[in-house]
Ligand binder design. Structure first.
Ligand code: F58
Length: 837
């Protein structure tokens, strides 16, 4: 690859470091030397014949060296101190996003690295764009885990994130003929400079077989598990640097491999094929992330994944605990485990197994240790998303764990009957085993029995959890319930994604806010300052131009950067109601068709998001968006006043370009269905106004930014429930609303499907006859609210004033605040300052 430029302008004053320090120097000369050496000794290239990827690898290794030093210092200081309690954040998903940019921000060497790279003849932006992001998560839940490990490091909370090193993360999405097509995500193909394998810390996990009882040397009855086979977990560590602090935690992800001694036995008997088959079976466990949104129950490999990473992580935590002289029964004094949804909730039973079977801890003591260690976060109210596994599958895969669950359940149900005598309904609802038909293990019940804290992710969600799906548990254990409203990291989602806005804020109120987001309140007075508003507007316009260019490149659609960018990016799901926005687009299109000269605010509707591969309705919604786009974008009557874009492959990298360019953020889920949402926070922080329902964290966002600075519409959660109870009839609404009738008729006429009147029937029929997510009920309220949005847009000064107030009032939604809440309410863990240690 040719050099890009030979520019040598000294933006950064050379630090006065007299010597070059290749491994830890933060000055430009040390960085240059480190990059050149990594390029040669690790990639076998030199600066004149390097590829962009080799250069990316060399720059990243240079940064990784510096992170490792912080990580070692942090962990040495933490483990040397016997009184420190660490957090273990267990999550089947970590949707990390690209690492290079955030690490440069955290180390505070972005400018130095820019200069170093430039002096070597390249551009840092181009190098950063080379990174394949680790997409080891589906959506909000996985991204939340990534924000939380960022904030734990920044808040100096000693912590390890534990998860699975999927070889293939969430699929890449391409759009063909308007439909989603899934492509394998080969994120590891060019190498991963951020991880270090730690084979010396490998552990084994048992699967299958049977259990036996025996008497130990003290004549105690014990149980042992004779597995069919074992799988080895190899940990891969990625440093997680805190923002402008010396603390550096790590993410430990497990890769599954065959346990060698097992394949020898088959091989020795001459069954070479069986030995290889076993190797494949073992490696399959960490092969691929399940892309499904819901309904994962019954997938054998998914249960294996869950047990595999939970068992590896608990064994690892116990090894650490014992290495530093802990007693097994004091495990809870060393560790606070947070279960990110029920996916790792088998930890409750596995920790009991380890304590009771392997360390011979008395059951009651072990139970106290387990309950004092574990806490559970719920992320959904949708009943179909509550995980349950067939008892038979459990018995087949992890028989000893099932026995322990039975014992936990037996003891627990005794407690329930003594607290609520004669309440058989309660007993059957709270039992860990669902016995209403085929028997299932209910993972949420296991989590609720074995965790000392249970939390929802936004105030409304926690309230609904308490009233609805966990009502019995509140009666039994009221003290266990908490709310911790979600948050997002402003380092990635403002500083890195939106340098224009970031610099403008720094010019105005200084640079403390990325680590202390409440400082943004100081921006409030600037909302009334016309000169500031003008700068704010021009930052937004620049961001929109960048996105417009990308839209052209990825979709071929030309959009006008001065039109309103009306954006809905998130997983595609009926409850999120992307199709409600489509109905609005068609309503506007109809208004233009009826009156081509109508005065209409120019808008660009931007959608993005993946549909679960087996979720037909979600895939059809993608097709509908693209089909409406094809017609509207090419109709000369529209005169480019409306554009509809489906931005393919919404992931963290693309998100970072989309949030900063949004004017309007669509948060339009049916009230009571979205647990929190976190995209809503990212949009607001970047100065978009929200149109939204009273759902999830929207409620609190509106409280913070002020009712006047938020476009509210729609039924409340209580009204939704009432309507359903009183025999909701969507067809009646349709019959009585002419605009709605015209919109639905236009879809059914085949106008958007080349005359095919059946293609979108599954959507329209569902709306007219069932409408479980109440689009019909909210349609007219939504349209009226969108008309108000358009009116407000016409007053640029007012719009920008509102947008600036949104930015200024988003302090609450930093994930730093969420982590402080977890520390105070749940983990009882304090920051650990390694400098003072
Ligand atoms: C999301 N859940 C919630 N699940 O929908 C969202 O409201 C919330 O803000 C976010 O969690 C963080 O609390 C979510 O993303 C998944 O992706 C699961 C993945 C595994 C299968 C079941 C869904």
């Amino acid at each position: 690859m040719a050099k890009e430029s030979n520019a040598n302008n000294s933006k950064v004053k050379r630090a006065s470091a007299p010597t070059i320090d290749v491994r830890s120097g933060m000055d430009v000369e040390s960085l240059k030397q480190a990059i050149t050496e990594h390029l040669f000794y690790q990639q076998g290239r030199n600066i004149v014949n390097t590829s962009l990827n080799d250069l990316y690898m060399a720059v990243s290794h240079t940064v990784h060296d510096r992170l490792l030093q912080h990580e070692h210092k942090t962990m040495n200081a933490v483990f040397d101190n016997n009184n420190v309690r660490l957090v273990s954040y267990m999550s089947a998903e970590f949707l990390m996003g690209p690492q290079l940019g955030v690490n440069l921000i955290d180390l505070n060497i972005m400018a130095e690295m820019e200069q170093a790279v430039q002096e070597l003849g390249f551009s840092l932006n181009t190098i950063m764009a080379q990174e394949e992001e680790p997409g080891l998560g589906n959506g909000g839940l996985g991204r939340l885990a990534a924000c939380y490990i960022d904030s734990m490091a920044s808040q100096q909370i000693p912590a390890i994130g534990y998860g699975i090193r999927y070889e293939f993360g969430i699929f890449d999405q391409v759009i063909r003929d308007g439909w989603q097509v899934e492509i394998t995500d080969k994120w590891l193909r060019n190498g991963n400079p951020w991880e270090s394998a730690r084979p010396e810390l490998a552990v084994n996990v048992k699967f299958g077989g049977h259990t036996e009882s025996y008497l130990d040397s003290n004549e105690y009855l014990r149980y042992r598990w004779k597995p069919d086979y074992m799988v080895t977990g190899i940990p891969y560590d990625t440093p997680i640097m805190g923002y402008k602090v010396p603390s550096c935690n790590f993410l430990r992800l497990w890769k599954s491999e065959a346990e060698e001694s097992f394949d020898f036995s088959s091989f020795n008997q001459g069954d070479y094929y069986k030995a290889v088959e076993y190797k494949v079976k073992s490696e399959n466990i960490s092969k691929v992330l399940y892309p499904n949104d819901e309904m994962l129950g019954g997938k054998k490999l998914r249960l294996k994944q869950q047990y595999f990473f939970v068992s590896c992580s608990l064994q690892d935590m116990m090894n650490i605990h014992l290495r530093f002289d802990g007693k097994p029964q004091d495990f809870h004094k060393r560790w606070a485990i947070q279960l990110n949804d029920t996916h790792p909730s088998v930890a409750v039973a596995e920790l009991m197994r380890i304590l009771v079977d392997e360390y011979h801890v008395d059951w009651d003591v072990a139970w106290h240790t387990t309950c004092s260690t574990c806490s559970y976060t719920n992320h959904t109210l949708l009943p179909e998303a509550l995980e349950k596994w067939p008892v038979g599958l459990f018995a087949y895969l992890i028989p000893r764990v099932l026995e322990i669950i039975f014992e936990i359940n037996y003891r627990f149900l005794k407690e329930v009957s003594s607290r609520f005598p004669g309440d058989n309904g309660k007993l059957s609802r709270m039992s860990i085993i669902d016995e209403s038909g085929e028997k299932f293990v209910r993972m949420a019940n296991l989590a609720c029995v074995g965790c000392c804290a249970i939390n929802g992710v936004a105030e409304l969600h926690t309230e609904l959890l308490k009233q609805q799906i966990l009502h019995d548990w509140v009666e039994m254990f009221p003290e266990r319930f908490h709310n911790v409203t979600n948050g997002v990291t402003p380092r990635r989602f403002v500083v890195l994604s939106n340098p224009g806005l970031s610099n403008l804020i720094i010019e105005s109120i200084g640079d403390k806010w990325p680590g202390k987001l409440d400082e943004l309140r100081k921006l409030e007075p600037f909302a009334d300052d016309a000169a500031f508003r003008e700068k704010f507007r021009s930052v937004k316009l620049e961001n929109k131009k960048i996105l417009a260019a990308l839209i052209k490149e990825r979709t071929g659609v030309v959009v006008n950067p001065s039109s309103m960018f009306d954006v809905q990016v998130k997983r595609i799901h009926e409850y999120k109601r992307q199709h409600l926005s489509v109905l609005h687009i068609i309503a506007l299109y109809l208004r233009i068709k009826q009156n081509p000269d109508i005065d209409i605010v120019p808008r660009t509707f931007i959608f993005g998001g993946k549909a679960a591969p087996g979720y037909f309705s979600a895939k059809l919604i993608i097709k509908l968006i693209n089909s409406v786009g094809d017609v509207v974008n090419n109709d000369p009557d529209v005169k480019d006043r409306l554009k509809v874009v489906f931005f393919p492959d919404f992931n963290v990298t693309n998100a970072q370009l989309i949030y900063p360019a949004a004017d309007l953020s669509e948060q339009i889920s049916t009230a009571g269905k979205e647990a929190s949402g976190t995209g809503n926070m990212k949009f607001s922080m970047n100065g978009a106004l929200t149109i939204g329902t009273l759902d999830g964290a929207n409620v609190e966002i509106r409280e913070e930014v002020g009712n006047d600075n938020f476009f509210l519409f729609g039924l409340t959660a209580a009204q939704v429930e009432d309507a359903k109870r009183n025999g909701y009839n969507p067809h009646f609404i349709y019959d009585n609303n002419e605009e709605l009738r015209n919109v639905i008729s236009m879809i059914n006429s085949g106008r958007f499907s080349n005359g095919d009147t059946n293609l979108f029937k599954p959507i329209t029929d569902n709306l007219l006859w069932h409408d479980p997510f109440m689009l019909m009920a909210d349609f007219s309220l939504y349209i009226a609210c969108q008309d108000l949005v358009a009116e407000t847009w016409k007053n640029t000064a007012e719009w920008n004033r509102m947008a600036i107030l949104n930015v200024a009032r988003m302090g609450k939604f930093s994930s730093d605040r969420s982590i402080q809440d977890y520390c105070e309410k749940i983990w009882k863990v304090k920051p650990f300052n390694i400098r003072k240690a």
